[in-house]
Each structure stands twice: as C-alpha cells, then as structure tokens.
Design a protein around this ligand. Structure first.
Ligand code: SF4
Length: 111
C-alpha cells in the first residue's frame, strides 16, 4: 500500500512479467504512459497509487513486502505463472519473461 515497491531501483527489486501480461495491460489501458527509462519507477504509478490496479501484472498482485511471507508468495506465484505459460501455449504465442520496464519499452516501440 505504500507504493514504495513500484520504485524498483530505490526498493531494490525487479518486476518480471510475461509478454502476455504486457499485451493485456496495453490493450486494457486507455492512456499509455511515457516510455519508461531503464531506472525509472513504474510508469503506471501516479501519486503513489497504481493507475492500472484492475489489470496489473501477476507479480504486483502477489508481492507483499512483509517478512515471513516469501514461501507462500513463491508458491502462489509459480502456480499462476504456470497458468500464464499455458495460456501462451493455448494461443500459440511465443513465451517471453521480461523485466517490466524493458518489456514495456519493447512493446511501445512496436505500437
Ligand atoms: S503496475 Fe501498479 S502495482 Fe505494479 S509496479 Fe506499476 S504501479 Fe506498482
């Protein structure tokens, strides 16, 4: 809820997503953000809030910055990542797993 984890470099972590999640977010959002710089916070964070809360990636839904929660987060993440991988297969989409800002930059370059 603090929004600190959306400022990846300051928080000290990275968000990884599938190509399908990037395509989903871009298709579902009306306003496209500026192309994110490599070390910038998430371009969808506005006034410390997530502007795409309803369609945010899996990692954003599961990440919880409290000690002692790593194991269940890991298990839940792996479970849903397997489902996302299957969705790529079902729709004959090439599977990619990328750093969020890097993936957004790639997608925005091809708009
Ligand atoms: S999509 Fe939303 S929750 Fe995820 S990093 Fe960006 S602002 Fe934060």
């Amino acid at each position: 809820m603090s929004g600190k984890c959306c400022n990846f470099d300051a928080f000290g972590h990275r968000l990884y997503v599938t190509a399908l999640e990037i395509a989903w977010v871009i298709a579902q959002t009306d306003s496209q953000p500026d192309t994110p710089a490599p070390h910038s916070p998430c371009p969808f964070q506005i006034d410390k809030l997530c502007s795409i809360h309803a369609v945010r990636p899996l990692g954003c839904r599961i990440f919880f910055c409290q000690q002692g929660t790593a194991q269940w987060q890991h298990d839940l993440y792996e479970d849903f990542l397997t489902k996302l991988r299957r969705l790529h297969d079902q729709h004959a989409l090439p599977y990619q797993y990328l750093e969020w800002r890097h993936g957004l930059r790639q997608a925005m370059a091809h708009r």
